[in-house]
Design a protein around this ligand. Sequence first.
Ligand code: ASP
Length: 367
Amino acid sequence: MVSIKLLLGLGASLALASPIPAPPSPVLLGRETGHFNASRPNITIFATGGTIAGSAGSSDQTTGYEAGALGVEVLIDAVPQLWNVSNPSGVQFANVGSSEMTPALLLNLTQQVQAELDKPEVQGVVVTHGTDTLEETAFFLDVTLRFDKPVVVVGSMRPATAISADGPINLLEAVTVAASPAAARRGVMVVLNDRIASAYYTTKTQANAPDTFKSAEQGFLGYMLDIKPIFYFEPALPVGRPYFNVTATEADALPQVDVLYGYQGLDPKLAAAAVADGAKGLICTGMGAGSWTKPGQKALKQLVEEHGTAIVFSRRTTDGYVDTQSVGYGGGFLNPQKARYTLMLALNAGYDEEKMHALFESQSSSA
Ligand code: ASP
């Protein structure tokens, strides 16, 4: 029934293996669907695992289940309404809990998604993903793809076996958005719980409830009503959103960037330990608008002078802007996990100090 491009056996081996190897390019095993309708958009679904592919022992269990248990074919077959809006095909990219996703996997994923978007016969792409790190993957795709076509990242908060599982409707809404011409030129989107959000600022705000992906300051792009997307605005992209070309970047090329947390009496030695372990950059999750203790700042200054460590300050508050600090760049509106991928990609691209400032300070327009 389903047109599937399968990585044979990869899903099962990825679920067990650690660390996860970057998968090879997909082996295309297109087969007749019997449902194909040339008037409908062709949407490719890259499945990576997570709760949306999760299975629990009982219908009232919404924690402690196995994430990444069901294959992409099962996900698609569970929602026959997908055929009302698209010709879906699936790629089993991985089948893991999203905490197992890595920079190397994201590089491979973005290269595969780009190749798919470059095909004239493909109208849009959907990535199914665990919600825990969904915002990291969605952000990474947003700043590494060259695209106008809709790209949607989707997950669910309840496993497929739960009462009121949200995966099937979220998948249908995500594919519907990806198949909609109105969704073009909006960057990567996150669709969950009837909301359409921009990947750039959206973050997971609630550990358990389905109403979790939000960006309180920047808001949503639109709403799903009766499985139809309603956008609030004409297509727009975040101010200052960078593009990093990683089409030829090797799997292990991205430098190590670690995240430190700011708190009263923080231990200044942790920064040096990260650098000794190989970190080329540090994200300091600062208190308030990026503040860091005096002993902590002294330790960071030493790392900049002796090792050339790149330091970006973000904030442990839910929202807000962090400006340039005396010992590092300000992460602007980016939260620590998004600032981390930005710094990794900028270091990989060889940004100098001036370009780093421009990169992190361009996330707002005061003109
Ligand atoms: N642990 C899951 C994951 O991120 C949670 C989810 O998908 O909601 O893979």
